[in-house]
Design a protein around this ligand. Structure first.
Ligand SMILES: NC(=O)c1ccc[n+]([C@@H]2O[C@H](COP(=O)([O-])OP(=O)(O)OC[C@H]3O[C@@H](n4cnc5c(N)ncnc54)[C@H](OP(=O)(O)O)[C@@H]3O)[C@@H](O)[C@H]2O)c1
Length: 243
């Protein structure tokens, strides 16, 4: 798909899904800007991406950073929100810490809210916005009520925002388990066993790669007849859990 000379901003582009999405857009000819909190991680990602991309340090939970960013950028064709506070607000209800759940909302839902609001003046007519939510929003995996709450809230915003912001299109990709640094807080052996279990239960027989999600993002960005939609990209791993 060609995105020749179109401007793309990827919030959370220094790792995982955002990084793969940046590479895919850049391969399609887009002018890509990636953001993240760490200059070092941004520079390393820019090297790995292998196409020229611009970088900008910013903390999406910081009002000042977000406002300054919005002021500084040129009008945008495609905005992708691929960030979260990581694996916080996760675990069984009995041990779920209220502050951790609030942090999870701050790191994802409220960060998205801040970015979307600040970016509005910079979104071109007909621009696309793509949010990366999570399949936990609509599945029934024990220990994920907190993640379901955060991502369910985000997914619930997609249809009304698509109606309200038209002709800007607003969609989300809802991934299942994707092998990215998001999981690096889990010890390696435990992670390998967890991934193997997910792969065994998934109809496609594997966990996801960041490129799987990137491909869904590019579909949503490129198809001007799709808005207000949440696409699942899970390998079917959520089907048995009511997803
Ligand atoms: N991996 C999965 O299995 C999975 C499944 C479902 C949904 N998701 C969702 O997919 C999205 C991307 O996750 P991922 O797996 O690609 O994770 P990742 O590899 O950890 O990447 C997260 C990116 O977000 C940036 N980021 C985090 N907090 C930020 C903040 N406050 N301000 C600015 N940038 C921030 C990180 O850079 P810095 O740390 O340098 O800021 C990094 O570039 C997240 O919303 C996640 O919830 C992931």
């Amino acid at each position: 798909m060609s995105f020749e000379d179109q401007s793309v901003v990827i919030m959370g582009g220094s790792s995982g899904i955002g990084e793969a999405t940046a590479r895919a857009f850049a391969a399609g000819g887009a002018n890509v800007l990636i953001t993240g909190r760490s200059k070092e991680r941004l520079d390393a990602a820019a090297q790995r991406i292998g196409y020229p991309v611009q970088t900008r340090e910013l903390d999406a939970t910081d009002d000042g950073d977000v406002a300054a960013f919005s002021d500084a950028i040129d009008p945008v064709h495609h905005l992708v929100l691929a960030l979260s506070g990581g694996a916080v607000g996760i675990g069984p209800l009995a041990s779920l810490d209220e502050q951790a759940l609030r942090d999870a909302f701050d790191g994802k839902l409220f960060a998205h809210f801040k970015i979307l609001k600040a970016a509005l003046p910079k979104l071109r007519a007909g621009a696309s916005v793509t949010i990366i939510s999570a399949a936990s929003a609509r599945a029934a995996f024990p220990g994920t009520a907190g993640l379901a709450a955060v991502n369910g809230a985000l997914e619930a915003m997609v249809p009304p925002l698509a109606a309200e912001l038209a002709p800007i299109r607003v969609n989300a990709v809802s991934p299942g388990v994707i092998d990215t640094p998001w999981w690096h807080g889990m010890p390696e052996q435990q992670r390998a066993a967890f991934f193997a279990g997910v792969a065994a239960s998934a109809p496609v027989g594997r966990v996801g790669k960041p490129e799987d999600v990137a491909s869904s993002v590019l579909f949503l960005a490129g198809n001007t007849f799709v808005t207000g939609t949440v696409i699942e990209c899970t390998g079917g791993a959520n089907l048995a859990a009511g997803g």
